[in-house]
Design a protein around this ligand. Structure first.
Ligand SMILES: C[S@@+](CC[C@H](N)C(=O)[O-])C[C@H]1O[C@@H](n2cnc3c(N)ncnc32)[C@H](O)[C@@H]1O
Length: 179
C-alpha cells in the first residue's frame, strides 16, 4: 500500500521545510510516493530522488509511471535492496551522503538498512529520515533504536493508517541527524 495523502502530508512538510537535494526512498511499490515527493523538487535542478524497489516488475511499473508523470529525469529507479545498490549509489551516482531518507519497505529491514546506511557514512548533520508504518504494521526495533540514538532527534507523529479515515492508527517517525 502507498503512504497515502494523510501520512504523505507529514513527509511533504518535512521535505518542504528541510529542502533536501538528495532524497532516497526504500520501497517504491508503484511509484505513488516517488511521484508525490519528487514533484516537490522538480524545479530544483540540483535535487534528485532515488527509489530502491526490490521487486523488478514493480520497478518497471514505477519507471512507466514516472515517464507518464514527466518526472523520469528527477527520479532514478534502482532495482533490488539497499545492500545491492549502496555501492552503485556511491560510485555510479556519486551519492556520498543523503539529505532525506524515506523508509517504507519491509518493516523487519528498517533497522538493519538504517544501520547499513549509517555504516557507509550516508548520513550527515541535518539528514532527515521519515519512516512510515511505525505502529501499523509496526517497526518496534527501529522505533526504540532511533528514540535512543544520541545522534538523532526523533518525533513520533501519531496519525491514521492510509485510507482508513481515522479508523486505524499508524505513526510516522521523523528523525533528524543532529551531529
Ligand atoms: C509499502 S510499499 C511502498 C509504498 C511506496 N513507498 C508508496 O508510498 O507509494 C513497500 C514496497 O517495498 C518493497 N520492498 C520490500 N522489501 C524491500 C527491500 N528490502 N528493499 C527495497 N524494497 C523492498 C516491496 O516490493 C513494496 O513494493
Amino acid at each position: 500500500m502507498n503512504v497515502g495523502d494523510v501520512k504523505g502530508q507529514f513527509v511533504t512538510e518535512a521535505i518542504l521545510c528541510h529542502k533536501p537535494k538528495i532524497l532516497v526512498e526504500l520501497g517504491g511499490y508503484v511509484g505513488y510516493s516517488a511521484i508525490k515527493f519528487s514533484t516537490l523538487i522538480k524545479d530544483d535542478p540540483g535535487a534528485h530522488y532515488y527509489t530502491i524497489e526490490f521487486d523488478s516488475i514493480l520497478a518497471c511499473v514505477i519507471e512507466k509511471m514516472l515517464r507518464f508523470a514527466g518526472l523520469d529525469h528527477k527520479v532514478t529507479v534502482l532495482k533490488g535492496n539497499l545492500q545491492e545498490n549502496i555501492t552503485a549509489l556511491k560510485e555510479k551516482y556519486n551519492v556520498q551522503t543523503i539529505d532525506f531518507l524515506f523508509i517504507d519497505h519491509i518493516k523487519s529491514s528498517y533497522l538493519s538498512d538504517f544501520q547499513l546506511a549509517e555504516s557507509y557514512g550516508l548520513f550527515h548533520k541535518g539528514t532527515v529520515i521519515a519512516a512510515d508504518n511505525i505502529i501499523n504494521p509496526g517497526a518496534p526495533d527501529y522505533l526504540s533504536h532511533m528514540q535512543a540514538h544520541n545522534k538523532f532527534e526523533s518525533n513520533l507523529i501519531d496519525t491514521e493508517y492510509e485510507y482508513t479515515k481515522g479508523q486505524e492508527k499508524d505513526a510516522v517517525l521523523i528523525s533528524i541527524c543532529i551531529e
